[in-house]
Design a protein around this ligand. Sequence first.
Ligand SMILES: Cc1ncc(COP(=O)(O)O)c(C=O)c1O
Length: 249
Amino acid sequence: YRKGFEPLVEGFLHLPYGNLERVESFLKENAEDVASIIVEPIQGEGGINVPPPGFLKGLRELADQFNVLLIVDEIQTGLMRTGTFLASEQENVVPDILLLGKGLGGGLPIGFLASRKDVGEKMGIGGHTSTMAGNPVVCASGKALLEALSKEVSSSRIESSSKLFFENLTRIAESSNFIREVRGKGLMIGIECRKPVGNLLKIMEEKGVLALNAGINVVRFLPPLIINRDEILKVCETLEESVKLVEEA
Ligand SMILES: Cc1ncc(COP(=O)(O)O)c(C=O)c1O
C-alpha cells in the first residue's frame, strides 16, 4: 500500500499491525528514539483489518510505559462508523493526539487534529497549521454534521444496520467460492475476495451500487450511517448477483 507514494516521509518504522509483542520488544530496545506510535483502530485502506481485542489498549499501556505519544487516526473509524463516536472508546483508550476528517466536513474538505493540552502547547502557535486551516465555511459544515450525527445516528441504529449487513454478507460468502472472508465492525465492512475486485466493482456500479476497494482484493463498504433496511438489502442483493456474474465469467 506504499507503492506509488514514495519517497515516504523519513523517520517512520512500520511494525506488523495487531502485533503488540513486536511493538513492545521494539520499544524495549529503542524507546529513547521514538516520539510516537501512530495507529488506526481498524485499518481502512490496508484492507479493513480488525486487530485482536485489546490491541489499542495494549498500545496505550506501552505508550505510557515507554513515555511516547499515542496518535490515533480515526479518519475512517471515527464519527460513529464502528458504533461509538470514536472506535477507541470501545477499549477505553484516550489518545494523546486524535485525527478526524472525511465525513466530518459533511461533504466539504476538512482535517481535524485534537491533542492533550500539554502536547498542543509544545507545538506552539503556528506549529501546526495550514493556509486553509480554520476555514469558517468548512467549520460551520463540520458543526452542522456533528449536530445531525447526534440527532440521527445512535449506537443502536449502527448495531442493527451492521447486524443486517453481516447476516446477509455471511450467507452470501458461505455459498461463494469467490469470497474468502467478511470482516469489520459497525458500518466499516470489508469483503475479502480470492481475486482482484476491479471487475466486481464495475458490475456493481452498473447495477447502481458504488463501492470502493481497499487494497486489490477487498470490497469495502462504508455506507452512509443513515442507510436504511431496504438499501442494505439492495446492496447485499447487488453484491450477490455481481459475484455470481464474476464467478461465471
Ligand atoms: C485512515 C486515514 N487517514 C488519513 C487519510 C488521509 O486523509 P486526507 O486525504 O484527508 O489527507 C486517509 C485517506 O484515505 C485515511 O483513510
